[in-house]
Design a protein around this ligand. Sequence first.
Ligand SMILES: Nc1nc2c(ncn2[C@@H]2O[C@H](COP(=O)(O)OP(=O)(O)OP(=O)(O)O)[C@@H](O)[C@H]2O)c(=O)[nH]1
Ligand SMILES: [Mg+2]
Length: 456
Amino acid sequence: MSKPATRPETIAAIATAPGRGGIGIVRVAGPEARRIALTITGKTPAARTATLASFRDATGEAIDSGIVVFFPAPASFTGDDIIELQGHGGPVVLDMLLDRTLALGARMARPGEFSERAYLNGKIDLAQAEAIADLIDSASREAARSASRSMHGAFSERVDALVEELTHLRIFVEACIDFPEEEIDLLRDSDTQARIASLLSSIAETVSVARTGQLLRDGIHVLLAGKPNAGKSSLLNALAGSNIAIVSSTAGTTRDLVRERILIDGMAVHITDTAGLRESPDDIEREGIRRALKEAETTDLLILVMDSCSPEAPEDVLTDHFLGLQAPLPQICVVLNKCDLSGIPAGERDASGMSCVAVSALTSEGMDSLRKIISRMAGFTPVEGGNFSARRRHLDALSRARTALLDAQANLLSRAGAELMAEDLRLAQQSLGDITGKLSPDELLGKIFASFCIGK
Ligand SMILES: Nc1nc2c(ncn2[C@@H]2O[C@H](COP(=O)(O)OP(=O)(O)OP(=O)(O)O)[C@@H](O)[C@H]2O)c(=O)[nH]1
Ligand SMILES: [Mg+2]
């Protein structure tokens, strides 16, 4: 990806969703946009005004009629001259209109290129550009609200505040290196320690909100596993509120993976129901069990479903079936199902080291507690009004900044010297800069914008 040249190319794309609709928009951005609008419509469009016009082809015949809007630079989304040709939303007519703009000198925009230009022209930062894509892709109202907050800069403001605090600290530490004769004893200056501690706690707070924002965007994967007839499929149906999986008293009913997405407080929970775990002579059932265990290697949360009437211990099921996994075991929640039959009280229970809840998939007792445990184990803490969307990339960057600050703290305490501390603080700042893209390397930017859709 290159920085904008002195005269950037003019790019064009259909900005509305593919398919048929009342209105379809072709968007053109760049120095040729105004000339292209004039050629197609025969009018010089007034700035930010809806102008009725005929859109004509090279022979002068009308392709469509609609509205042309002109957003002159720099007060436009990308910061370039932009025109929007708003016609009728048919795929053929929009293709003809797009072809006309290309014939007049525009080039087809790459996915995400409009947002990339907005970023490169300093109209938005990287976290805001990503939030635009997240707003469009959001799976729930809560996810849309938090993406909208990030798009308006809520996340970036937090990161910028952290960077500012860090910059002050860096200036002080660098000064100690540049002027050793001043003999500022960093260690005796208890303020340095306090400032690192305060930065660490601000990062922890940001991580917690960002984690919730990332969960609203990506959701989590939950696997239902356990012995045949424990009630896994019944639990899937109870969580989904619909009869998705076949339930029967015949042990070994489920073979294929059955997937369903539910929402808990706006967070998408991707649930997979699996074949019951047992030794089986049946090839098809064994394949189902193999698939179940394979899935356990990549899931975020494993719900071990137990029949609470059976004397078997959850630990034994884990030892019998999960010891051979290639990956470390995910987080585990034990669900003691059929509490209506066993008579144990529904709800969360104490269990040594493992989260545990008694439920009845049949009567729905205890299901609310199960939903709460799923959100808690995912790290989801809804913050009314204060949430913002985030991505795993952002959480990784925050975690790298935290590690670098912890190194700085250790180097301070061991009197390792100002040079080492300065390097730690520089790394911390660089990691935070990756979030907003103020210091991001080009290949990172390329990766981010390539995942956008065309016309955005
Ligand atoms: N009383 C009672 N019965 C239940 C409950 N949950 C499941 N069952 C019954 O237990 C039997 C097995 O339920 P399934 O949901 O098919 O169990 P499964 O774990 O998916 O079984 P497989 O697919 O064979 O591994 C069915 O007869 C269900 O009606 C419950 O909470 N209470
Ligand atoms: Mg089943």
